[in-house]
Design a protein around this ligand. Sequence first.
Ligand code: AMP
Length: 460
Amino acid sequence: MTETIKFDSLGLAPALLKALTDSGYTTPTPIQVQAIPLALAGGDLMAGAQTGTGKTAAFALPLLQKLLPLANNGASPAKHPVRALILTPTRELAIQVEESVKAYAKHTPLRSLVVFGGVDIRTQTPHLKTGVEILVATPGRLLDHIEQKTVQLNQVQILVLDEADRMLDMGFMPDLKRILALLPKQRQNLMFSATFSNDIKKLADDFLTNPQLIEVARSNATNDNVTQIVYPVAQSDKEALLIQLLKNSDSKQVLIFTKTKITASRLSRSLARVGIAADAIHGDKTQQERIKALDAFKAGTATVLVATDVAARGLDIDQLPMVINYEIPSAPEDYVHRIGRTGRAGALGVAISFVSPEEDKYLLEIEKLIKRQISKEIIAIDQPSPRSRTSKPSHAQSGSVASNQDASATKRIPVRKKSSDPWFDKPYEAVVAQQKTADTPRLNNKAPVAALLGGLQANK
Ligand code: AMP
């Protein structure tokens, strides 16, 4: 049972244990319980774990522990060669992973750095030249550094492929092959993936040596800590309903998903107009704009962040209480990813989906995938948009229909009582290996990473 296992029984060094205490972690998550001892033993690992399971610490802690004997305080860059390389599909994930690595390494002399595309490469080179033991990178930018000879990888002894399935989806296979060919043959490989498609199995066959397989996340299941609700609503009423909900909600942070970049931008402007602090994050935004928006959201100066699926990949926001699907995704797996942003690490969360009659077919697909019906509630709108003042959702559903008279008292969103982290104890349910139609176009491997984050997803 995970309750009885403590970090100090996993064989971690005091400097790392101290950093974990500083981070407020008391108990390792299941992926950490399984991965840390195996990774410390030195073999390759193929781990099935989604974002939100604690997977970053699951690879970062053993990695740091293995590098500790080589750590030194010397100033010379030669004393700090890159010994561990962590590859991630998106810059947001890269930034977050490196932040975690830094936090766990804070009581050690080990140095880390993150490099990603979309920013001037020259700003990264001086940091690389000072020497870092742990390098977190997106594949395209790493290749740029390799070409410019600003990084040496001949001392890498540990490679981590984080969100490997996402990297393949985003067309990074050629880049990965080029990078992996440059690494020393003798090394430890740790691969993390939310799904085990045939492509992922092939990647594992090609690059891992006798990997230990561990599976803790549930690919197609949703977290029991998350209360899911569907609000049937006409498309033209969604904005009014959203404003009403946000004004009545006491959530400090709400992540809203839209299908398109245009809707994300328009919606964040509409919300700002009615006094709701909102910003948008999508592929047309510059790297600086995204970081600014994310920082404002994390700091609580923006209460609402509107995002597209691609831009939201890898966002790690602690204790996010609410996710709203302004439009539900046509790919049901994206629903699972979206609502996985809330209810993390055992916290409670609410996931609301606005579903128009046109979207009913997608809802059915989602319910099939997660093997449960999502409860529906109809909420009357105080101030419907003029176009649909008399319109009612044409697809009356089970649930309480509020009249317009009592609509002002918009329902408080019910939040289920906290249980004892049941999600962490659930067994992994393997995905039926289905060849996903790539939700991001296969890209020329020299495409800037900015484009990979949604910029090329015209109207998606
Ligand atoms: P990850 O799956 O690595 O993105 O982690 C999800 C969230 O869980 C992050 O906010 C971590 O800081 C947090 N976390 C990771 N491990 C633990 C732990 N053992 N106890 C509490 N929180 C954790």
